[in-house]
Design a protein. Structure first.
Length: 305
């Protein structure tokens, strides 16, 4: 037992393996901290699963599967670099400046809170309802909606949700007012989206917008659809093919806040961010003590005084 332990301790390969695993974990941790939003986190999870599957196939000597997975990993890495180009650019800039600790203490881009996004949507719907301007708003609730579920995908916008923008889109004089607006998180993804109509028999009081809201929520479970009637100005909310109507703006806000309460994914990301800040601040303090950076800056400040 002693000889085996001595041999294991004197063998440098286990140290290299430990360093290898530690570096991979650190890199994965930095990616999760930098890209900590719910939608993008799924993409990162998928990429990590592909990497693990590739490693497993190599260890099992499944040559053909390993070849295919390797190509998928490379392609996914290129796709992620395009999708998260702003995050990767910031990552490379900090790495080039030597700000290693700040990568662990990433503050991230300030994203609007879900309650503020809900307020913007409800305020816009309230104004549209009072002016009797028809509107159709789709909101993703969990996973992204496939464009194939739409009759026409519409025009890509990728803009922040705002009351003014929503009101402008649905003005009768604009080219996109007849379609629906797709909202994912705090972004308006597209406008002028044409939705499939429901085949169910509906009341004569319900127009094409209501049938479209029922149709998309029947086909796609992970979405809500807000409807403002052009004839009466009434507000409706569709989910799973069922219309909840008529609603007041306050009742709509209550239902949206209840539906978009913090999810388990967001609660899971929060401890990662907190731990990252703790590690970053602790690591920075340790580096400062080792190299005396803070004391030097204090001495310079005292000399100036």
């Amino acid at each position: 037992m002693g000889d085996a332990l001595r041999k294991w301790l004197t063998d440098p390969s286990w140290v290299l393996r430990l360093i290898d695993v530690g570096l991979v974990l650190a890199l994965t941790y930095m990616v999760l901290v930098i890209i900590g939003e719910r939608r993008t986190l799924w993409v990162v999870r998928g990429f990590i699963i592909l990497m693990l599957a590739s490693v497993l196939s190599k260890s099992l000597e499944l040559s053909l599967l390993s070849f295919v997975l390797d190509k998928l990993v490379v392609g996914s890495a290129v796709a992620m670099a395009v999708i998260f180009q702003s995050e990767f650019r910031r990552f490379l800039e900090q790495l080039g400046r030597g700000e290693i600790m700040q990568l662990f203490n990433h503050q991230g881009r300030v994203t609007p809170r879900q309650d503020s996004v809900t307020d913007e949507i409800v305020d816009a719907v309230k104004e549209l309802s009072q002016n009797r301007i028809g509107a159709l708003i789709i909101m993703e609730t969990s996973s992204p909606i496939d464009e194939q579920d739409f009759s026409v995908p519409g025009v890509k916008l990728n803009a922040e949700v705002s009351k003014e923008l929503l009101q402008t889109i649905f003005q009768p004089s604009t080219l996109l007012h007849d379609g629906a607006v797709l909202i994912a998180g705090s972004r308006i993804v597209a406008a002028g989206v044409i939705l499939p109509l429901s085949d169910r028999t509906a009341s004569r009081q319900l127009g094409t917008r209501h049938r479209a809201a029922m149709g998309i929520t029947e086909r796609v479970e992970n979405c809500l659809c807000i409807v403002v009637s052009e004839e009466t100005g009434s507000i409706s909310l569709a989910e799973r093919g069922i219309l909840n109507r008529p609603l007041t703006s306050s009742k709509l806000k209550e239902l949206l806040e209840l539906r978009f309460s913090p999810s388990s994914d967001e609660r899971a990301v929060a401890p990662i961010r907190t731990l990252g800040r703790q590690i970053g601040s602790g690591g920075q303090a340790l580096v400062d003590r080792l190299f005396g950076w803070r004391s030097t800056s204090r001495d310079k400040t005292r000399d100036k005084k």
